[in-house]
Design a protein around this ligand. Structure first.
Ligand code: GLU
Length: 388
């Protein structure tokens, strides 16, 4: 084995590992309900599929520009302006193989040994691993269920040091569903004004899945004077049920977009040409169904939150967005030891979830409620029986 120092610093993604494990068990004949991966179960909209088929039939099967076709960059710029209130020229937009790759390239392109990134916890599994791989140091900003898993401007100020290079924001958030309202982001922006070295990554991939009734709030829109150091991530995976297409888009300062594309020219090259054509249709086609999907997610959220809070030993706050809830199982830890063992126990009872420790948290687990109602009801019943 010849593992690099950089790879030795990181662990495999536990969201994908748990999902693979559930698939293996299913293939071996076990009845497993997987609530582990964050993936909408809805069918990809037909107009998107039609665009993909037309691209195939039209011979759109060759290399494209590394950072995406100009057609998709235009469609992405339209999406940033229309849906997030961020006006950018196409020179400040890039396309990658999922939002994950954009984040990977942004961190690799900017972090040097010892630079620090402040990451609110519970965090999405890949943020800290990407930062460590890039040579950076993760500075956790712990948040708590009692605060709906949100940090304040004062909490942020306390974590900033001379080596802080990045702040990661994710609203609506994975794995907690936390949403930052405009007033909180304005306070955070005010702190950042006093620290001009800090870059901000705003991961807005879950923007359309917001149950608060308020318009999605994002830093580049609210604080335009900071926009030259904000990289906003979006995409079609979660909004348009296109996870397998692997298309993420990013908007930010031109120097950073160019740096990310320089790296991408040597890693994957361009994102899939067929997927890019499908993403144009996603951004430019009908958007009305997004509100209807969001309502369906809201009903599933209410179902899961109600069922989990009725199980002795388990509790969860009501998430404001995305399709996850972070369940606290602290009262059960004396019996189970830790949340990894609890996750295995639940798997034995036919439900795959991801332990809280995968997200920089503890004593609980994340449920993805992007599954149909019948599965959610059955999964909650199995969880109740498993912990009884
Ligand atoms: N972002 C999703 C999740 O958290 C997809 C899997 C992944 O890339 O982590 O489940």
């Amino acid at each position: 084995m010849h593992i690099s120092a950089a790879l030795s610093r990181i662990a495999p993604s536990q969201t994908t590992a748990m999902t693979d494990r559930a698939t293996q068990l299913r293939e071996a004949g076990r009845d497993i309900i997987s609530l582990s991966v964050g993936e909408p179960d809805f069918a990809t909209p037909p107009h998107v599929l039609d665009a993909a088929k037309a691209a195939l039939d039209g011979g759109d099967t060759k290399y494209t520009p590394v950072g995406g076709t100009s057609r998709l960059k235009q469609a992405a710029a339209l999406h940033f302006a229309r849906d997030l209130g961020i006006e950018v020229p196409t020179s400040q937009v890039t396309v990658s193989a999922g939002g994950k790759q954009a984040i990977f390239h942004a961190m690799l392109a900017t972090m040097s040994e010892g630079d620090e990134a402040i990451v609110p916890a519970p965090w999405w599994v890949s943020y800290p691993e990407i930062i460590r791989f890039a040579g950076g140091k993760v500075v956790p900003l712990h948040t708590h269920a009692k605060d709906n898993f949100r940090f304040t401007a004062a909490d942020l100020e306390a974590q900033i040091g001379p080596r802080t290079q990045w702040l990661l924001l994710n609203s609506p958030g994975n794995p907690t569903g936390a949403c930052y309202p405009a007033e909180m982001l304005l306070g955070i922006g005010e702190v950042l004004r006093h620290h001009p070295r800090i870059l901000i990554l705003s991961d807005d991939i879950y923007a359309p899945i917001n149950y608060t009734g308020a318009r999605h709030a994002t830093l580049a829109n609210l604080c335009p004077d900071l926009a030259d150091r904000i990289l906003t991530i979006s995409g079609v995976s979660k909004s348009h049920a296109m996870t397998g297409f692997r298309i993420g888009v990013a908007a930010g300062p031109e120097w950073l977009i160019k740096a990310m594309e320089r790296l991408q020219s040597h890693s994957s090259g361009n994102p899939c040409s067929i997927s890019q054509a499908a993403a144009v249709a996603a951004f430019e086609g009908p958007q009305e169904f997004l509100a209807e999907w969001c309502e369906r997610f809201r009903a599933r959220r209410d179902l899961v939150v109600g069922a989990i809070n009725a199980i002795p030993g388990l509790s969860t706050p009501t998430p404001d967005g995305a399709f996850y809830c972070m369940v606290d199982a602290a009262p059960l830890m004396e019996r189970f030891g830790d949340d990894a063992r609890l996750a295995l126990h639940l798997l034995d009872h036919g439900v795959a979830i991801v332990p809280a420790s995968a997200f920089g948290h503890r004593d609980g687990f994340r449920i993805s409620f992007a599954a149909d109602e019948a599965k959610l009801v059955e999964a909650c019943k199995r969880i109740a029986e498993a912990v009884a």
